[in-house]
Design a protein around this ligand. Structure first.
Ligand code: ACO
Length: 324
């Protein structure tokens, strides 16, 4: 049997960190009121990072990828698949993955983007796992990279305080022992409108609104339901129990969604990796960013069983259970 295992992780946060207080000052300049207290109480977010004007998703992705390659002891030239999960690509085309490939100084291997918004990393990891298990690929780079600050509507205080920029990456390698134990992906396009950036490029112009729109309460309700069901489905597939999970890494959107998921799975919060307080919601980057922080912080160790759970626009959701 051939399996896929994560052998290295990496991440990158842009230098500019904005506290809630600094966001409140920014919004006040536009005549909008918010506070650290409101943001912390509703979301658990205390700060987020924003990319510099000249930093694109590929720049963040390359920094995270280099760290992951170094941690795995793998050279960029050995990589035979690059997947980037992003909803904020550098260009309409080519893919951010091709731009990352060029910036890593390699060529030839397949490189493509996955667009599943905040579930993108879980989608990308599942695709890479399948491509490794089916025999074609030995070493894959899977990256989540976002510059959501580019699509935020700073006149909408309910959404602009939630998101941040960043990137996380893993190296996934073929081997004889299971790393990725099971995965499960879903989408329900009936909910396209509750979380979207509806603008597009046409005839040399942006058509429609190119800024993020969200019905927060509808997203909240859907998220808590699907995160429990997909976790249980993945545990069933892997023939494991919730007690077997050493670490749960949910998409870092909102502490209340994470608390609710942990409670439904009867997992104590000290088994849940939380970075939303310092990173905000970095969409497809949030899970690999949190994974890398927990690995580098010495919390997640080789051999630990980890559940990754994504949920986001589409509506999309999915989970991966793995042994590190
Ligand atoms: N500061 C101060 N007040 C605010 C702010 C703000 N930043 N934003 C909204 N308010 C006000 C509203 O105007 C409203 O005031 P009103 O009662 O006078 O009309 C009040 O706060 C309540 O607004 P709601 O939108 O009802 O607030 P809610 O309790 O639903 O919280 C939130 C909003 C945090 C977005 C919540 O709905 C939520 O967490 N949803 C989940 C969505 C999420 O996490 N999305 C992330 C992206 S999706 C994903 O990644 C899966």
């Amino acid at each position: 049997m051939r399996f896929a295992r994560i052998t290295g992780t990496g991440s990158y946060l842009p230098a500019q960190r904005l506290s809630n207080q600094q966001m409140a000052e920014r919004l006040a300049a536009r005549g909008l009121e918010t506070s650290d207290e409101w943001i912390v109480e509703r979301t658990g977010i205390r700060a987020r990072h924003f990319a510099a004007d000249d930093q694109n998703a590929s720049d963040l992705a390359v920094e995270a990828a280099r760290q992951a390659l170094q941690a795995a002891g793998v050279a960029a030239t050995e990589i035979d698949l690059i997947i980037v999960a992003t909803s904020t690509p550098d260009m309409v085309f080519p893919s951010t993955a091709c731009i990352v490939q060029r910036k890593l100084g390699v060529h030839g291997c397949p490189a493509f983007d996955v667009q599943a918004v905040c579930s993108g990393f879980v989608y990308g990891l599942s695709v890479a796992d399948a491509m490794i298990r089916s025999g074609g690929v030995r070493k894959a780079l899977v990256i989540g990279a976002e510059v959501f600050s580019r699509i935020l509507d700073f006149s909408d205080r309910t959404t602009c305080v939630l998101f941040g920029d960043g990137a996380g990456a893993v190296v996934l390698e073929a081997g004889d022992t299971p790393g990725i134990l099971a995965s499960e992906l879903h989408a329900d396009g009936r909910h396209v409108d509750i979380l979207c950036t509806p603008g597009t490029v046409s005839g040399g112009q942006v058509l429609g609104d190119p800024l993020l729109k969200m019905d927060g309460q509808a997203v909240f309700k859907l998220a808590v339901g699907v995160l429990e069901s997909v976790a249980r489905a993945v545990l069933d597939k892997a023939q494991r129990q919730a007690e077997d999970i050493d670490w749960l890494i949910p998409h870092q959107a909102n502490i209340r969604i994470m608390q609710s998921t942990a409670k439904k799975l009867r997992l104590p919060m000290d088994k849940v990796v939380v970075t939303v307080d310092e990173h905000g919601n970095t969409s497809a980057a949030s899970i690999p960013l949190a994974l890398d922080h927990a690995v580098r912080g010495g919390r997640i160790r080789p051999g630990d069983t980890v559940m990754l759970e994504g949920v986001g626009g589409g509506f999309t959701w999915g989970a991966v259970l793995l042994d590190l």
